[in-house]
Design a protein around this ligand. Structure first.
Ligand code: 5GP
Length: 191
């Protein structure tokens, strides 16, 4: 998506360790007009899928997911990072290794909000090694619901989460795919 790529080139900051900071427009301060354009694009890309729910993960996926949901007219559920393991059995639970925080989280969704009738679009801001997405897919599968697709704002193509997710036969659409960082700037993969 040209608009997002241009914004990354203008305002994204390449940091040590293969990290791109986009917190002036994507995941700290948020540009809602840009999110609206992203929402329209995801709606176009997944217009044929019978999506009735959007799933994301706290915290930085929530803003994008809420704007995207307005184009699909469906509710958003976000997976919560739990402080302790829930033993009540009223939640679906998985573990996610955080790329940015280098730790493992227990992540939960209430059984009330995912069920076998659901057709889910998973939305997140970044795709790096794919751990966050694997966890979200695992939660959907635990509930018996169907993953209709995955929509990502920024995929780092030089990490291998995208390959991993696509190799599972899941439908993944990323609005901007970074091929590499070169002299502190971002080079996108041709789409
Ligand atoms: P993964 O689980 O695919 O390795 O990483 C995905 C998660 O890590 C995303 O939800 C995002 O919050 C965070 N993340 C991964 N790479 C980056 C990055 O380069 N910049 C930022 N801002 N977040 C990232």
């Amino acid at each position: 998506m040209r608009l997002l790529e241009e914004r990354i080139l203008k305002d994204g900051i390449v940091k040590e360790g293969g990290v791109l900071k986009v917190d002036s427009f994507l995941n700290h301060q948020m540009d809602i007009e840009l999110f609206n354009e992203m929402g329209k694009e995801f709606k176009r890309l997944f217009s044929d899928a019978p999506i009735n729910k959007i799933l994301t993960i706290e915290a930085s996926g929530i803003g994008i997911a809420c704007v995207v949901a307005q184009y699909f007219h469906v509710p958003v559920v976000f997976a919560k990072k739990a402080q302790s393991i829930n033993i009540d059995g009223d939640v679906y639970q998985t573990k996610i290794q955080s790329f940015t925080h280098k730790r493992v989280y227990d992540v939960i969704v209430s059984r009330k909000y995912l069920s076998p009738e659901d057709h889910v679009l998973i939305i997140d801001d970044f795709l790096a090694n794919g751990c966050a997405l694997e966890g979200l897919v695992d939660l959907v599968h635990s509930s018996g619901a169907t993953v209709e697709g995955i929509g990502i704002a920024v995929e780092k193509g030089f990490q291998h989460g995208g390959d991993l997710i696509r190799s599972k036969g899941l439908r993944l659409e990323s609005l901007a795919i970074i091929d590499r960082f070169e002299n502190g700037t971002v080079v996108f993969k041709e789409q």
